[in-house]
Design a protein around this ligand. Structure first.
Ligand code: ZN
Length: 159
């Protein structure tokens, strides 16, 4: 069973999280917010070490990382782990190539994109993947004013 994750669905659909949330509410699904805090701060050294160790332990024979199992092992939400994984691999293409997810949600592509086009979207306020101005890697940005990834930001602040 896989926990519904706004972030993972957004990446699979190539949409912003707010578009996914709009879509969910139109289908009468309960609103799910991305777990606050955990993805906004830089992970501690211990968290990174646990992530690396569990990732190595769980890696499949095809080289892919099972994100749901990884999130369970780390006792973190799938959203948080997916965002961390995305930051690590840099782009959504790499994410889709290296992540493994059981039973992806069935997508009714045509209908969904027609609906999404009707949704008013302010891209500046939309949480989405943006390119870091410093290291140029893709990272999870909550709005257009956040232009640098947590790693570069933490380095600047002298941590
Ligand atoms: Zn950066």
């Amino acid at each position: 069973m896989w926990e519904p994750s706004v972030v993972v669905i957004a990446i699979l659909l190539g949409r912003s999280t707010s578009a996914v949330q709009t879509m969910a509410s139109r289908k009468g699904l309960p609103r799910r917010d991305i777990e606050p805090e955990t993805h906004r701060r830089r992970w501690t050294e211990q968290e990174n070490a646990e992530y690396d160790a569990e990732k190595r332990r769980l890696r499949r024979e095809d080289g892919r990382t099972p994100l749901v199992e990884l999130a369970h092992a780390l006792r973190k939400s799938l959203d948080t782990v997916a965002i961390h994984f995305l930051q690590e691999v840099g782009t959504t293409e790499n994410f889709l190539r290296h992540a493994w997810l059981p039973e992806p949600p069935r997508l009714d592509e045509g209908r969904q994109s027609r609906r999404l086009e009707c949704a008013p979207v302010d891209r500046r306020k939309t949480p989405m993947i943006r390119k870091c101005l410093s290291c140029e890697k893709g990272f999870w940005s909550e709005g257009a004013h956040i232009r640098r990834c947590p790693n570069c930001k933490a380095e600047d602040e002298g941590f």
